[in-house]
Write a protein that binds this ligand. Sequence first.
Ligand SMILES: [Zn+2]
Length: 131
Amino acid sequence: MIADKLIHVLNGVRETGEGRWLACCPAHDDRSPSLSMREIDDRLLIHCFAGCDVNEVVNAVGLELSDLFPEKRTTKYNKSQRLYFKADDVLEALQDEITMLQKIAARMNISEFDERLALASQRFQSARDLI
Ligand SMILES: [Zn+2]
């Protein structure tokens, strides 16, 4: 629980509800509890009714604001482990697909489509020659 880090170092802590506390504010001379804390999910909301800044409150007990936030989840994605396709392999696969479409177009006797596919195939071959 995030609130535990702060509650254990504050004076006059009183639970006012589930996930809610009042305590003496450590950032000013607080004689009656004026620090309100509320835990929502994994966040702790802090408010001093005397107007202290949340950083002042947290720093007064030797903590940083980041101590009250859950640790950042680290992604399992590792860019260095990413698999890349070689450009030549991709172009070769696309050229094979075009060849297949050319054969289908020829069977269907669609000459315009066949000519356009021939042009695309030439372009893929030119691109592969540049790699
Ligand atoms: Zn205060």
